[in-house]
Design a protein around this ligand. Structure first.
Ligand code: AMP
Ligand code: GLY
Length: 422
């Protein structure tokens, strides 16, 4: 099988790493890839949102399977364009990717499918949004309806904070057209879990769960990020909870999407809150999480490529996946200034020492090679340093031993990844 992975972050490095181990694989490309991915795949200089360029490359190279990492190419119709060109693509169509692309659409589908989720309302008029917030009171959650790179959500502790969020999103348009309308939601309280299921339009197979750390600062403080660390499995997410989520959230959503004529194929990522009333959906994403994917790939014992093919070919009813019971933990190392203004270009050394820590694995997210060969930071989240071990504490100690082997004065990480479970 000739496979093209689309994307260039830590998630895509983990996907390429897992695909490279497949007995079915004959050739692996990644567009655009990164310095670490180049060790397991041939990187090609095509941007992840250049749909025409990606499809032309895949046709030219007779690619058997295109695998989308991030949501942007999917919402832009990568799968649709692949299908038109007679190419197979893992990931949903643009119509099905609206589950992530529009928060209001996600909530409509959830309601129609009877999925437990926070009470909500959508507003195009800021005055009406403000009136609703005053009526409901705080805490309350204000979200830009469209894609805002994970930054369009404000969990407001007071009505004044919610009103400021409405003004910034709808009137100052700090997220551009994503803020043309807002979704305002009841605030859910509980443990937050990322759960992933592989879907083929009708059948779904559970992947695994992980817990992300979205805030930049220790103790879950400071601004939201793409994710500063993760571990899998989260002990709070029991086998019984997983079955409940499959039965009450994943399968009803698949049925509703199929009923609408837009079946969902790909990875359905359910952001969940484990509330006192049971698991509730916060939102859907239509892809693996980053850094959750890195934690999952370290635990997946089955062949990833076989599983993705079964999803593309509608054969998931015949598939079950084996997972390592040993936990994995990921520490994200970010460039100073992340998330607001990460500084690029600082030199990173010692990755070869980190690689020697038993049970450690380093995935690259935002790295580049300088002309003189030095490895430098080239993004916000730069490395995903992972550990596995017999228990979560051991996995954490391994990951931080690898972090400590890396010499990067221009970077930082959270020192408390896994704290909720430890
Ligand atoms: P989202 O982009 O929808 O995942 O939201 C970002 C973060 O905001 C989530 O990971 C939650 O921590 C928080 N959040 C979103 N919606 C709610 C909600 N209804 N109640 C409580 N927290 C929420
Ligand atoms: N880590 C959360 C996400 O990928 O959206």
């Amino acid at each position: 099988m000739r496979v093209l992975v689309v994307g260039g972050g830590g998630r895509e490095h983990a996907l390429c790493w897992a695909l490279a181990a497949s007995p079915l694989l004959t050739k692996l490309w990644c567009a655009p890839g990164n310095t670490g991915i180049a060790e397991v795949a041939e990187c090609v200089a095509i941007g992840a949102t250049d749909i025409a360029g990606l499809v032309a490359f895949a046709r030219d190279k007779a690619v058997d399977l295109v695998v989308a990492g991030p949501e942007a190419p999917l919402t832009l119709g990568l799968r649709d364009a692949c299908e038109e060109a007679g190419l197979r693509c893992f990931g949903p169509t643009a119509a099905a990717a609206r589950l992530e692309g529009s928060k209001a659409f996600c909530k409509e589908v959830a309601d129609a499918a009877g999925v437990p989720t926070a009470a909500w309302a959508r507003f195009e008029d800021p005055a009406a949004a403000r009136a609703y917030v005053r009526q409901k009171g705080a805490p309350i959650v204000v979200k830009a309806d469209g894609l805002a790179a994970g930054k369009g959500v404000v969990v407001a502790a007071t009505v004044a904070e919610a009103e400021t969020a409405i003004a910034e999103i709808m009137e100052s348009r700090i997220h551009g057209t994503a803020g043309a309308s807002v979704v305002i939601e009841e605030c859910l309280v509980g443990e937050e879990i990322s759960f992933f299921a592989l879907c083929d339009g009708t059948a779904a197979v559970p992947l695994a769960a992980a817990q992300d750390h979205k805030r930049v600062g220790e103790g879950d403080t400071g601004p939201n990020t793409g994710g500063m660390g993760a571990y899998s499995p989260p002990p709070a997410f029991t086998a019984a909870l997983q079955e409940e989520v499959m039965a009450r959230i994943i399968r009803p959503t698949l049925a509703e999407m199929a009923r609408r004529g837009t079946p969902f194929r790909g990875v359905l990522f359910a952001g969940l809150m484990l509330t006192a009333d049971g698991p509730k959906l916060i939102e859907f994403n239509v892809r693996f999480g980053d850094p959750e994917c890195q934690a999952l790939m370290l635990r997946l014992r089955s062949d990833l490529l076989t599983a993705l093919l079964a999803a593309v070919e509608g054969r998931l009813d015949q598939v079950s996946l084996a997972w390592e019971s040993q936990p994995s933990l990921v520490v994200v190392m970010a460039a100073e200034g992340y998330p607001s203004s990460p500084r690029k270009g600082s030199v990173i050394e010692g990755l070869e020492h980190a690689a020697q820590v038993p049970g450690a694995q380093v995935f690259h997210a935002g790295t580049a090679r300088r002309e003189d060969g030095a490895l430098v930071a080239d993004g916000g989240r730069v490395l995903a340093v992972c550990g596995t071990g017999p228990d979560l504490r051991a996995a954490r100690d391994t990951a931080y031993a690898a972090v400590d082997a890396i010499a990067w004065p221009g970077g930082f990480c959270r020192r408390d990844i896994g704290w909720r479970a430890l």
